[in-house]
Ligand binder design. Structure first.
Ligand code: FRU
Length: 498
């Protein structure tokens, strides 16, 4: 009997290896065209949300929802990469594997400098990851309490991890959606605060030691957008243009975004260590493109730097499992800094991205200009506000076109003439948003499969995917070109391989 079992296990193992080998072979045949060049993507496999973003000892850590053995969502691990500048990334081994308590869903990481957890020492503080365990077997059995929160710690700068022996540290009270813990240290109460997405609201928990958690309050059941389930919250303080400290709460929602499917909303308010109060009931969006989801901010950025830094998953659950790919599926957005100005959470591309720039070329906006590269940044400055609409068209020899249009109180991105839209009926190629302010500056980041648009230093950001069959290597301008002062295009490329 034992031998028979062993044989079955061996045959099953061999079959799995063969199918993985086939997948790798077919991956190798896929043209490189759908791989971004300067955006973060795993080397192979599936990626969704950024997780555990933490800065420590000169390194930005990026963990992420990862399924290494396939190109669609599957048993979730935490992939891992580090960077000194959030631009050049070094891939590291998988940090967390699923175990008998479940898949490892989204969450955050902190450095426990005061060793409140006792998992390290004052001399060697532990890095602690706080994540959701998603128990698939329990879900299949029809139970409601299949999501719990667990922790793991690392004593070697995130290279290896030990799961805490007494997981879960926060049990499920009987709600189906109970996930994505984002933990911060709250100075005023000297406690850790966890924001947790619970179906249609956020719950705040506090802890002296990361090991025991007490519920403080709930927020948002009757506020903001509710077209879908709430996910990936993030609560953090941020000073506005007058130096006044406000508390921003990010909440991703799926579906129910302004372009259908996934998007991230935010609230502005105050937090007293126990409860969150909004200053108004307006629904605001971090990014009004179709493909920026589950973004949260880095923990532990030194005060001497002072920035609130973020990255999102450049995708949308409406079609994430179907997007054309070249060996890995899923990219992050470029890193951005959140800046609070006149009650708008601006997303400003981080200054480090300028290191990617090659020689800039000033364009003559009256001519068709050849760009000669597929990954670039275009920067436009204006002499006066745009009156009649102004159109920018990126095109290629095959007649494919990406159109960006500003003016008349609108910003529009039209990918309907880019090929490769047919992978999903839910992919909506034309996106538009009202924008009433005078436009003084526009930056466009293109990287083969994506276009990220920032207007007026990130007052409006619009992130979306596209899948042209060949590089869009020419640009033309039409409409109110008189308003343009200068257009400079920079080739962008990484100095070291990712
Ligand atoms: C958001 C999300 C999270 C969850 C994870 C699972 O995209 O649905 O709520 O933890 O992805 O991979």
């Amino acid at each position: 009997m034992k031998e028979k079992l062993l044989l079955i296990v061996l045959i099953a193992g061999l079959a799995a290896c063969q199918s993985r080998q086939k997948e790798i072979e077919s991956i190798e045949k896929i043209p490189y065209q759908y791989r971004s060049s300067y955006h973060f993507a795993p080397e192979s496999g599936w990626m969704n949300d950024p997780n555990g973003m933490v800065y420590y000892a000169g390194e930005y850590h990026l963990f992420y929802q990862y399924y290494p053995d396939g190109l669609q969502w599957g048993p979730m691990h935490w992939g891992h990469a580090v960077s000194e500048d959030m631009v050049h990334w070094e891939h590291l081994p998988i940090a967390l594997y699923p175990d008998e308590l479940g898949y490892i869903f989204s969450g955050s990481a902190v450095v426990d400098i005061n060793n409140t957890s006792g998992l390290g020492s004052l001399e060697e503080p532990p890095m602690v990851a706080i994540f959701t365990y998603h128990d698939m077997a329990a879900e299949r059995q029809g139970r409601e309490d299949y999501e719990t929160q667990g922790i793991a710690y690392s004593m070697d700068k995130g290279r290896t991890w030990t799961k805490y022996a007494d997981n879960p540290v926060l049990n499920n009270p009987g709600v189906r959606d109970f996930r994505d813990p984002k933990v911060i240290w709250n100075e005023s109460t000297s406690k850790w605060i966890m924001s947790l997405a619970v179906r249609d609201h956020v719950e705040f928990y506090s802890s002296p030691d990361l090991l025991t958690w007490t519920k403080e309050s709930e927020f948002g059941q009757n506020l903001g957008a509710h077209g879908g389930v709430w996910e990936c919250p993030d609560l953090f303080p941020l000073k506005d243009e007058n130096g006044e400290e406000k508390w921003v709460l990010l909440v991703s929602i799926n579906p129910g975004g302004p372009n259908g499917g996934s998007a991230t909303q935010y609230f502005i308010g105050s937090f007293d260590g126990h409860e969150y109060q909004v200053q108004d009931a307006q629904t605001r969006w971090v990014d009004i493109g179709s493909d920026n989801y589950a973004g949260v901010s880095w923990f532990g950025v030194p005060e001497s730097d002072g920035r609130r830094l973020t990255m999102g998953w450049m995708n949308n659950w409406n079609y994430a499992n179907q997007i054309p790919q070249s060996g890995s599926r899923g990219n992050m957005t470029i890193a951005r800094e959140f800046v609070l100005n006149e009650n708008i959470l601006k997303s400003v591309p981080i200054t480090e991205l300028k290191d990617l720039r090659g020689q800039g070329t000033s364009l003559d906006v009256r001519e068709v200009t050849s760009l000669d590269q597929e990954s670039f940044e275009l920067e436009m400055k204006f002499v006066s506000s745009v009156k009649a609409p102004l159109q920018l068209t990126f095109q290629n020899e095959s007649g494919e076109e990406l159109l960006i249009e500003f003016g008349n109180g609108l910003v529009k991105v039209d990918r309907s003439k880019v090929s490769g839209n047919s992978f999903s009926e839910q992919f909506n190629p034309v996106l538009a948003s009202s924008f009433d302010s005078d436009i003084y500056e526009v930056r466009v980041f293109v990287d083969r499969v994506s276009v990220e648009l920032f207007v007026n230093n990130g007052s409006l950001s619009m992130t979306q995917l596209m899948f042209p069959s060949a590089e869009l290597d020419e640009v033309t301008f039409a409409g109110d070109v008189e308003a343009i002062d200068e257009v400079v295009v920079y080739p962008l490329s990484l100095k070291t391989p990712r």
